[in-house]
Design a protein around this ligand. Structure first.
Ligand code: HEC
Length: 297
């Protein structure tokens, strides 16, 4: 084997080893984060009661010197886990973390405290609009009749498709939650719930934010929302509750059941619809107008 060849093999090996250790580091970061999620974020997460004392976000932990990469014993973050003074030990007011969890956090700091958000996202295919709508449709269909009318969805799919990093997407996910909760009339903070694997489609229930029909806040939000979404014809057909076709009618005024448009409050499948705000569109020749109506039972 000549020298050149050896160098090649060596460099291939080196690349392989460095990829393997990057993966191991990211695993460690994920494991550490899983522990924070379980034991710390309730107080030190973005919505935690004690986020003023400490916010467990990667850049903040490092910048504020709570975690000193490579130096567990020099990190107050680690010290607080093994603290013998019970009033100072974390998680506060609870039994200490189990030794395996403490060791994972020690190893994580020792490995340079890699960022759990920096994990390259798994290679996934472009999420088409059809797939996105299908996800929403399946979710709507999994809800009870009553819950359906309060379901609304937000999507970050376009950002995901544009190749944004996990870190950026997480920032958008947090921003979405903050935005929605800042407009909430409810008492509790309720996070939008991701319903797809890529966490790009989020479900909310209007009642959690008291945006339901009593004050019709959702309609107000919609009215100031500048990005209208129009669906193509087949999608729209799927979203339709019911179509009433009267066929050709000579000009005139119609009141009777058999000649006027009369809706019995049932969808295309004949099931009664839930309470909520519905849109109806009147179409005649070139004329088309959409209005809202409230169904309350
Ligand atoms: C029940 C709420 C609660 C939980 C759960 C909790 N903490 Fe705390 N933490 C506090 C409070 C309150 C303080 C401020 C008082 C103090 O410093 O002891 C604090 C302070 C800290 C500090 C010191 C910050 C500084 O600036 O010195 C660290 C580090 C810390 N917590 C880490 C953790 C870690 C890691 C976990 C999870 C294993 C955790 N905490 C779980 C309530 C909590």
């Amino acid at each position: 084997m000549n020298f050149k060849h050896q160098v090649k093999i060596l460099s291939v090996l080196l690349i392989f080893i460095s990829i393997a250790s990057v993966n191991a580091q990211q695993n460690l970061a994920q494991q550490a984060y899983a522990i924070f999620e379980q034991s710390c974020l309730i107080c030190h997460g973005e919505n935690g009661a004690y986020r003023e004392s400490l916010i467990i976000e990667h850049p903040a932990l490092i910048n504020d010197g709570k975690v000193v990469p490579g130096d567990p014993s020099g990190s107050v973050f680690y010290q607080r886990l093994i603290e013998t003074d019970v009033t100072k030990r974390m998680p506060q007011g609870q039994p200490p973390l189990d030794p395996a969890a403490i060791e994972t956090i020690r190893q994580w700091i020792l490995a340079g405290a890699p960022d759990w958000d920096a994990v390259p996202r798994p290679e996934t295919d472009f999420i088409t609009i059809d797939t996105m709508l299908e996800t929403i449709e399946n979710h709507v269909n999994s809800l009870s009749m009553r819950d359906k009318s309060f379901a609304r969805y937000f999507t970050l799919t376009h950002l995901y498709n544009a190749g944004e990093t996990t870190e950026t997407l997480n920032a958008y996910r947090r921003a979405l939650s903050k935005l929605i909760n800042s407009l909430s009339w409810g008492r509790e903070i309720v996070k939008p719930q991701p319903i797809d694997v890529g966490e790009t489609v989020f479900y909310i229930d209007l009642r959690d934010f008291e945006w339901d029909v009593r004050n019709d806040a959702w309609t107000q939000i919609e009215q100031v929302y500048p990005y209208q979404m129009t669906f193509d014809a087949p999608t729209q057909t799927n979203l339709f509750v019911r179509t009433l076709a009267l066929g050709h009618q000579p000009a005139g005024i119609y009141h009777t059941f058999n000649r006027a448009a009369h809706w019995d409050g049932r969808n295309q499948e004949g099931e009664p619809v839930a309470s909520g705000v519905y849109c109806y569109t009147l179409t005649a020749g070139d004329f088309s107008a959409t209005r809202k109506m409230l169904i309350q039972k």
